[in-house]
Design a protein around this ligand. Structure first.
Ligand code: ADP
Ligand code: MG
Length: 266
């Protein structure tokens, strides 16, 4: 469904700029949950923004269903980590969820129905008329997810969406993401730096190497569905993949540190 071919992205000019992504190629299949995990600053957000058409590649090509991504495609919605700043404080929950739909599905009755379904599916029925500041952090992030769902994207890109939440809320929202995939048949790319989360959610884990980022490993996760926060994590296969991801990340962080030391002492 989404293809990146030899994609590079540089910030700034060729001599002094930062090469965040270099010669990256991969494909995301329809209805997959693909997680991306890698060290901070390696280029994960840059990759998501490229996929969302919010940044253009310096080199290479990105296609969605065979068409080049040149501007944000209608099929894609993005959920950011920073939900506090991604909701409009002067709008209610329902108005926030409705906002991006105004351009896409102009008919009021259709919009109202979609907004309601999305709000219900994240468990916020009854909070339609609340304002973001009247909600907890987990509830605000649910609103951001509902907004993405109401848009009915084919693909949902999520950038470390649960980083700031407590463990229980985070677990609930992870399960919500999996339910959403099953209910709406949406393809999900989920960036996280939490290794357990990357394995728990995924059909495939992309372990990203240090900047300029590349795919260090593309690991299939063969775990039964539906997943369960306790039972799935007790399975030998979960432990095996988790260990594999962990070792690869530790190796690349060590490589980064060695590189940094060499630069400092040179
Ligand atoms: P990650 O999401 O993995 O933490 P990012 O994609 O945000 O990494 O950043 C990758 C690299 O690109 C970092 O070194 C960062 O400083 C740099 N970078 C990101 N955005 C910009 C920007 N708008 N201008 C200049 N450099 C940037
Ligand atoms: Mg990031």
């Amino acid at each position: 469904m989404l293809t990146l071919k030899n994609v590079s992205r540089r910030y700034g000019d060729a001599r002094t700029g930062t090469l965040a992504v270099s010669d990256l190629s991969f494909e995301i299949g329809s209805n997959e949950v693909v997680t991306m995990v890698g060290p901070s600053g390696c280029g994960k957000t840059t990759v998501l923004k490229l996929m969302a058409g919010l940044l253009s590649p310096t080199d290479g090509s990105i296609e969605i269903d065979g068409r080049p991504v040149v501007r944000p495609p209608e099929e894609i919605a993005l959920v950011f980590q920073d939900y506090v700043n991604s909701l409009y404080p002067w709008m209610t929950v329902a108005q926030n969820v409705d906002f991006p739909l105004r351009r896409k599905a102009p008919e009021r009755a259709i919009r109202r129905e979609r907004v309601k379904t999305a709000i219900d599916s994240v468990g916020l029925g009854g909070f339609e008329d609340h304002y973001p500041w009247q909600l907890s952090g987990g509830m605000q992030q649910r609103v951001a997810i509902a907004r993405g769902l109401a848009y009915q994207p084919k693909m949902l890109l999520m950038d470390e969406p649960f980083g700031a939440l407590d463990a229980q809320t985070r677990a609930d929202l992870e399960d919500l993401v999996l339910r959403v995939r099953d209910t709406f048949g949406v393809t999900i790319v989920f960036v996280t730096h939490d290794i357990d989360e990357s394995v728990y959610l995924a059909d495939r884990v992309l372990v990203m190497g240090p900047r300029p980022t590349f795919i260090e490993a593309d690991l299939p996760v063969v775990l039964p569905s539906p997943r369960d926060q306790i039972e799935t994590k007790e399975l030998a296969e979960f432990a095996r993949v988790r260990g594999d991801v962990y070792r690869r990340i530790r190796r690349s962080s060590e490589a980064m540190r060695t590189e940094a030391t060499r630069t400092v002492t040179a």
